[in-house]
Design a protein around this ligand. Sequence first.
Ligand code: KG4
Ligand code: ZN
Length: 345
Amino acid sequence: MKILGIESSCDETAAAIIKNGNTILSNVIISQIDIHASYGGVIPEIAARSHIEVINPIINQALSQANLVIQDVDAIAVTHTPGLVGSLLIGTLAARTLAIINNIPFYPVHHLKSHIYANWISGHQPEFPLIAAVISGGHTQIIYMNRHDHFEIIGTTRDDAIGECFDKIAKILGLPYPGGPAIAKAAEKGNSTRYQLPIPKVNGLDFSFSGLKTAVLRAVQKELNLPITTPSYELQKHLSEQQITDFAASFQATAVKIIIQKLKKATQKYPVRSILLAGGVSANQLLREELQKNFAENYQAFYPQPNLSTDNGAMVASAAYYSIQAGEKPSDPYELDISPRSTIK
Ligand code: KG4
Ligand code: ZN
């Protein structure tokens, strides 16, 4: 079964063809990072306009790289929630139109589901039951799965997402957008023990990242002997190279520790066979190493290939495949709703 997966929920326009759930025939991604970097974050209107320019060429490229024409495709899958409304509209409209005019079965897919299934297209066969840490720019959740296409949220952030925290702290330090890769790179030269940052005290399996963000802000102000009223955008020009790399390393180590601690807690409550990372922050090298160090002995500990951690169309097609195997019926492309927010079901 060949599925065309289309993704446009944020600032990547992407299309891919997946065979039987986990074989990638093509995977085309155009990132808008260069466009948004000069603004320090994603501008929704610009994102939507950029998706319009490239969506059709990208779908055509995904088909031609797989040596297929649209009529060869057995199903079309597209991200319909959550994400930026204007961005979701472009991908879903392209997908619906193709499904209607070619009479191809149509499957809307939840974005977080796709991120989890990025593991199945990365050469892994995770065994159930499992927990997945879905850690991205918009989400931080621990999800329990006892079988395909069945999701139970067992932990979630009460405020900021972890990727958002990386992005905001990068801004304070004067590092470019997106903050995650920039902080990881700066941290390579930094001392992760120089600044002591607090681990948030949140009961159960929930997370909180806004306190950590404020703790970094206060630590930077204190380090520079500046009052706490100093705006965050004023700080970067006073920071030395060494201070930037040490703050990056200290923050990254704390963020990784928070995720690992919660995953350990989750395994005490839920007896699982596999532990997965998913979402943009799962590209983080330190987190990958710590996952292996802490869990590989007793669990299958997996994460997606680096280019499959962040948004792509292949994971959308893979998620749709396993939903179809679990009995999901096609949706009416005339009836599709998009939604900027929604929980995984
Ligand atoms: O999954 P994604 O591409 O988009 C959303 O669904 O949000 O995730 C983007 C997020 C951004 O916040 C980015 O800073 C973060 O993933 N990210 C990283 C790394 N690469 C991307 N965070 C930490 N370390 C990385 N290497
Ligand atoms: Zn994403």
